[in-house]
Design a protein around this ligand. Structure first.
Ligand SMILES: Cc1ncc(COP(=O)(O)O)c(C=O)c1O
Length: 448
């Protein structure tokens, strides 16, 4: 009988005892290829000697110093490293311990910025359906994941949602990317006008949608048009790159590929690669100057912000990525993985879409490729895929509710940046066997 309050208390979990490259090993000696990086976290695999060495050195020197008394070399150097490559205007970094905290900080920074400017009416946040920004109450409130929000609705702050940029399902027949992007930008503009521009603080979006819909990239021009709408009404743009940032898409900041710079940008997961818990909110000079030139400080803080050992680990993770030019591998292996899956599933009746950017790949399953009808959610196809893959020594991140929070199934893949071409082929092969087994296990084969 366990005393740990597990995520799924009725499930018996294997005990993870070791990590070796892209694999995790359990107490029976069974090996699992980590093709999802846990939840898009472990971008360097599980045994990087440089990162482990950096953690050891920092812990021996000084593990932790409270940020109301001290700064540390580790935090300063990490901030310099992140800002040096950051999108235009992002010049300061607020360190936290994970993704949800990074979003909470972004929401409060946006609000305090307007308070300092005397625009106290700005209180509304607009986000998108089919998105996830975290499980703390503020982050959950702006998130558009219906299933995660539902039990907590009465205690969530008011928030507003517009359509995601989900071309596979929501672009109209015959509609160009440019026309689709314009339609979505118009929808945001209407929402801002409906609420009253003087009351809107920020628009929040994942640059590439992660777990909720399965690695859904925006169409070209989408974020440029969104940025223009935000600018027209003085609304801040907050991009959530907690999953898609830090190289996952082949760009250190995913929005670099879209040619936009947000006012606030959140990162976590790949920042510390799982070696330490760390997240951060990158802040524009304009917001920083307004706050420091006004009341003088951000009215926020947690005990572990700027944690020295976490910063030292993340700094080494980011140095390894830069020095070993791992983003080139992310782009090449990502192309290989999508090409492999597209070829494999070109004629498959139940695989509707293979998508993503870099090593951030989504596979959407459908009952009918023509109509894109999804499977009966009662089948829990996504859970069967996770189970069958895990039994075969493969970690992937499938979810249901892809379409609207209830219907739809997809598999999210986010393998480590250190994967070889051979690893990618093995992942695709094992995944395909697992998906076939899941169809059999859920009776889909017979039903079709
Ligand atoms: C896009 C996005 N935002 C926020 C979060 C929340 O991060 P955390 O679980 O570290 O609080 C996640 C976690 O999956 C995420 O994918």
């Amino acid at each position: 009988m366990t005393q740990v309050f597990h995520r799924m208390p009725k499930q018996t979990l294997p005990v993870a005892v070791a990590g070796e490259g892209i694999e995790i090993i359990d107490s029976t000696g069974k090996r699992y290829i980590d093709a999802s990086g846990g939840a898009a976290v472990s971008c360097l695999g599980h045994s990087n000697a440089r990162v482990i060495g950096a953690i050891r050195r920092q812990a021996e020197q000084l593990p932790y110093a409270h940020t109301s008394f001290f700064t540390t070399e580790a935090a300063e150097q990490l901030a310099d490293h992140l800002v040096a490559a950051a999108p235009e205007g992002l010049e300061h970094v607020y360190f936290v311990s994970g993704g949800s905290e990074a979003i909470e900080a972004a929401l409060k920074l946006a609000r305090q910025y307007f308070v300092e400017k005397g625009e106290r009416a700005r209180r509304h946040f607009i986000a998108r359906r089919q998105s996830y920004h975290g499980n703390t109450l503020g982050a959950l409130a702006i998130g558009g994941n219906a299933w995660r929000r539902e039990p907590f609705l009465p205690i969530l702050i008011e928030s507003h949602h517009v359509s995601p940029c989900y071309a596979y399902r929501e672009r109209l027949a015959g509609e160009s990317d440019a026309a689709y992007a314009q339609r979505l930008a118009d929808e945001l503009e209407h929402k801002i006008l409906e609420l009253g521009p003087e009351t809107v603080a920020a628009f929040v979006a994942e640059t590439v949608v992660g777990a909720t819909a399965g690695a859904v990239p925006p169409v070209r021009e989408y974020f440029r048009k969104i940025r223009a709408v935000c600018d027209r009404y003085g609304v801040l743009l907050i991009l959530d790159e907690i999953m898609s940032g830090m190289g996952r898409t082949g760009y250190l900041y995913a929005c670099d590929e879209d040619g936009v710079a947000p006012d606030l940008l959140t990162i976590a997961k790949g920042l510390g690669a799982g070696y330490q818990p760390i997240g951060a909110t990158l802040v524009s000079r304009r917001i920083y100057d307004t706050i420091t030139g006004g009341s003088g400080y951000f009215q926020h803080g947690h005990t572990y912000i700027g944690h020295a050992t976490a910063c030292a680990a993340a700094l080494e993770v980011q140095r390894v990525i830069a020095e070993e030019k791992l983003l080139d591998n992310v782009l090449a292996r990502g192309e290989q993985l999508r090409a492999n899956l597209r070829e494999r599933y070109a004629q498959h009746p139940w695989v509707g879409d293979v998508r993503g950017r870099g090593l951030f790949v989504g596979v959407e399953l459908v009952q009918d490729r023509e109509s894109k009808a999804s499977f009966d959610p009662a089948l829990k196809l996504h859970a069967a895929i996770k189970r069958e893959a895990f039994a075969r020594g493969l970690m992937v991140y499938p979810m249901g509710g892809t379409v609207d929070g209830r219907n739809g199934d997809h598999v999210l893949l986010a393998p480590p940046f250190i994967c070889t071409a051979q690893d990618i082929d093995t992942i695709a092969e094992r995944l395909s066997t697992a998906i076939d087994a899941a169809f059999v296990a859920t009776g889909v084969t017979r039903a079709a």
